[in-house]
Design a protein around this ligand. Structure first.
Ligand code: CLF
Ligand code: SF4
Length: 290
């Protein structure tokens, strides 16, 4: 089935719509995570601008008034995205929120981001809810590389470590991408580029996810922190090289802005999160869209 990539290209800031100044609002409704990326600081705070960092988690019901308020402040918003601060499929909050948003704001594009651990088993529900664009963060397709990037996964109530966790994660990501792409959903894959760990593996990831049905690929430079604080961020030429290799297989998105999980506005151009969320809280929690 063909997907809606051509429509997203003009209206979704992360699928090409940045050229039209399309905006997005992130709803931080997903609190917990089921994996443990070694670069994930699991923080909720007011001061940092990093992917997935947020000030507080809101409920699916609260989301509606938040979207209404955001649209008044920033009419350029075309996309409602959920990208954390934890994983969107680890709890039911994200899908519940999208159901409510779909009813109240049928014209807004529904964009979800997940680590993919539960994507294969939740694919039918994701399809039924009518997500318009799905991002899966795939940092490796080889378990020995993934194990250096992710410490463990909690899957069906059991904790799996390192390579065993990586095998489950990768299998479910690829199977999940295949299922939703086959149903006509446009899938973007994000990879966090850690030069010394997956730097020479990017082309393989791009090729594998393209074969599974992904349409577009985004390379996010590592922000060295937490267990990967001793790793360095990629240099410009390394990002460029990785993009060129990926581009042999799949369209590449080059305008990622490392958004917070409660970002509001046109990425890289305007930010209204302070006004919309009245950021007040500083508490420890989880984060996502890494
Ligand atoms: Fe948000 Fe992500 Fe949807 Fe975009 S962000 S959930 S796909 S609407 Fe976009 Fe921000 Fe980069 Fe993400 S610029 S961090 S890729
Ligand atoms: Fe979970 Fe996202 Fe943090 Fe990874 S980066 S541990 S997927 S919240």
């Amino acid at each position: 089935m063909s997907n809606n990539y051509e429509i997203l290209k003009s209206s979704h800031p992360c699928f090409g719509g940045h050229v039209n100044n399309a905006g997005r609002i992130h709803l931080p409704v997903s609190p917990g995570c089921n994996i443990a990326c070694r670069f994930c600081d699991r923080v909720i705070n007011d001061t940092e601008n990093r992917p997935g960092v947020t000030s507080k988690v809101i409920t699916p019901e609260e989301s509606l008034s938040v979207v209404e308020k955001a649209l008044k402040i920033c009419p350029d918003i075309k996309v409602v995205g959920i990208a954390g601060p934890g994983d969107t499929l680890a709890t039911d909050n994200a899908l519940k929120t999208f159901r409510l948003v779909k009813k109240e704001f049928p014209k807004l594009i529904k964009c979800m981001s997940t680590n993919g651990l539960l994507l294969a088993e939740k694919a039918d529900e994701v399809i039924e809810v009518g997500i318009d664009s799905l991002t899966v963060t795939v940092n490796a397709v080889d378990p020995s590389i993934e194990a250096q990037l992710n410490k463990y996964a909690v899957y069906h109530g059991k904790r799996y470590e390192a390579e065993e966790a990586a095998e489950i994660l990768i299998k479910n990501q690829i199977e999940g991408i295949k299922k939703v792409a086959k149903a006509g959903m446009t899938v973007k894959v994000n990879s966090v580029l850690v030069p010394k760990i997956n730097g020479s593996h990017i082309e393989k990831i791009a090729q594998t996810v393209r074969e599974a049905g992904a349409t577009i690929y985004n390379i996010i430079p590592l922000i060295p922190q937490f267990e990967l604080s001793d790793q360095r961020a990629p240099l410009c030429f390394e990002i460029d090289e990785a993009r060129k290799k990926a581009e042999k297989h799949i369209d590449v998105f080059r305008h990622c802005q490392h958004c917070r999980a409660d970002a509001v506005g046109v990425p890289g151009k305007s930010e209204f999160g302070d006004q919309v969320y009245e950021r007040k809280l500083t508490i420890k929690e989880t984060f996502s869209h890494g």
